[in-house]
Design a protein around this ligand. Structure first.
Ligand code: FES
Length: 160
């Protein structure tokens, strides 16, 4: 089984990238949503701290624009990194395998609302490619043979 790096996503790289730019808060929020499929509250709290912005200001932005989601588009969000390193190490095959196993296309939620599958740009740990982020947990060096296992473990957590 691949290594789980952390259950709390590290957004310091995103913050560093946008901090001194114009519209930094909104750009950081865009990147976060693109990575996770929505903006988790735990990430908003981190962002408020790292950018020194009141949490209320972040929620003002999040609720003003329809684009942002505060809840996951499926109970489980599977994000396959399609950045260059992951792409070269087989990410397209992972997207295909998840899509086939779940019976959806990339960018769709399963009819039962259990899984949302998306491809995302580089999540910042290219040395661990190919990377899949499952409900905010980064999984490294994922192989197609693990796809069923990853889906099953999400379902098991559901049952507990
Ligand atoms: S390309 Fe996938 S983590 Fe950078």
């Amino acid at each position: 089984m691949s290594e789980q790096l952390s259950s709390a996503p590290d957004i310091s790289r995103t913050v560093k990238k946008w901090l001194k730019k114009r519209g930094s808060l909104i750009m950081a929020l865009h990147e976060i949503q693109n990575t996770f499929g929505y903006v988790p509250r735990s990430v908003s709290l981190q962002l408020a701290h790292l950018m020194d912005v009141p949490l209320a200001r972040i929620y003002e932005v999040l609720t003003f624009y329809n684009y942002f989601r505060l809840d996951p588009p499926g109970k489980n969000t599977i994000s396959v990194c399609m950045g260059t390193a992951c792409y070269l190490k087989g990410a397209p095959k992972l997207v295909e395998a998840f899509a086939e196993e779940l019976g959806v296309q990339e960018g769709e939620t399963t009819p039962d609302g259990q899984f949302f599958l998306q491809s995302v740009r580089c999540v910042g740990c290219c040395g661990l490619a190919p990377v899949v982020v499952v409900n905010g947990t980064v999984m490294s060096k994922v192989d197609v043979s693990q796809v069923k296992e990853i889906i099953a473990s999400c379902m098991q957590k559901e049952e507990v």
